[in-house]
Ligand binder design. Structure first.
Ligand SMILES: [Zn+2]
Length: 348
């Protein structure tokens, strides 16, 4: 039995996994552009990841469905395509023509074709991915379908690690593909409005002006996309804003410099309502000291137990901090997208 498809991947054939950079390239789904109100969260949108060319994404999704890989299946195919050839973009022998530097393998999925003889894994598993009646190892749909066919025979989707190990017999390779698949799933999720178990949210792209005044809070400005949320919190929980957009003493790599965090105190000194607000969006004692992952649109909730935050019994600078989830952004710039509870109308 022939070993895996790509017997080994030469380091120079492998582009580093773009952990951070790939996130910076997140695209908002086109359905979001120009949104002026609440979006339906009930229908899953198309999966879009900016790093993945359309023809490759179509091939990954089509093959994942064909081989019944489940909802996450596309991400593993995409991760292999990324690691093997950067979705066909890698300028290296054997990606678009000829054989790779080992001589064994070819195409965007680097499938073993018996050193160019048309044998090997290719002969055993080749699959017409686009229904054109032929199979071409350099053609994305055929290459991806063939890879999927081989992965299915090797244990996917029940055991992805086993299947990926069969694809390339190296633990580092399995780890790398699994990690890249998770990156892609995260990116796709960020591009797709989701309905969480608790709080429906909406992604809002960057359009119009960046900062806007918070009504009733003189001198306080936030990224305009969260102002409607802030107003809702003020009204619902009886709080006022002590800071939103700003630099020091706030963390430079946090959300205040982006205008995507608020510091809140009770408008009448009743901290029990502020505690209720903190708990409503994810604060609890077990995560308090490290900062709690927020529910809904909130990236983090800092309150009692986190240094410098909490009610007056916890700190000399009492306040509740809420940060909104957003695209990676340089301090003092506007994030490309932000997740919100209450989408505000966007100026043209
Ligand atoms: Zn804060």
């Amino acid at each position: 039995m022939a070993a895996g498809i790509a017997v080994a991947v030469a380091p120079k054939l492998v582009k580093p996994v773009l952990a951070g950079a790939a996130f910076l390239g997140l695209a908002l789904g086109t359905a979001l552009m120009g949104v002026t109100g609440a979006m339906s969260n009930s229908q899953p949108g198309p999966i879009e990841v900016e790093d993945i060319p359309e023809d490759f994404m179509a091939a990954y999704r089509t093959s994942a469905e064909r081989f019944e890989f489940g909802a996450d299946g596309w991400s593993y195919l995409a991760a292999i395509g990324k690691v093997e050839s950067d979705h066909g973009r890698l300028q290296a022998p054997g990606v678009r023509s000829g054989q790779n530097n080992h001589g064994c393998c070819a195409g965007p999925m680097q499938i073993h074709n018996g050193y160019g003889s048309g044998g090997g894994t290719w002969a055993a598993y080749k699959t017409d991915g686009d229904g054109d009646g032929g199979t071409d190892i350099y053609q994305p749909a055929d290459a991806v379908a063939t890879a999927a066919n081989y992965l299915r025979a090797s244990g996917a989707p029940a055991d992805w690690r086993r299947a990926i190990f069969a694809y390339n017999h190296a633990d580092w390779y399995v780890d790398k593909v699994v990690a890249q698949a998770a990156v892609y799933r995260d990116a796709a999720t960020a591009n797709t409005p989701i309905t969480g178990p608790n709080v429906p949210t909406t992604l809002v792209p960057a359009t119009g002006d960046w900062l806007a005044d918070v009504p009733g809070m003189p001198g306080e400005r936030c990224d305009r996309r969260i102002v409607a949320d802030v107003v809702m919190l003020i009204r619902a929980f009886g709080v006022r804003v002590t800071d939103c957009h700003g630099g020091a003493p706030h963390a430079i790599d946090g959300e205040h410099p982006l205008g995507l965090a608020t510091d809140l105190v009770p408008s009448d000194g009743d901290w029990s309502r502020t505690m209720r607000l903190a708990r409503a969006y994810g604060w609890e004692p077990s995560c308090a000291s490290s900062g709690c992952d927020g529910r809904g649109p909130f990236r983090v909730v800092l309150y009692n137990g986190f240094p410098g935050h909490g009610d007056p019994s916890s700190t000399s600078s009492p306040h509740l901090h809420l940060s909104w989830a957003h695209a990676p952004a340089t301090p003092f710039t506007r994030a490309r997208w932000v997740r919100v509870l209450t989408p505000a109308p966007i100026a043209p």
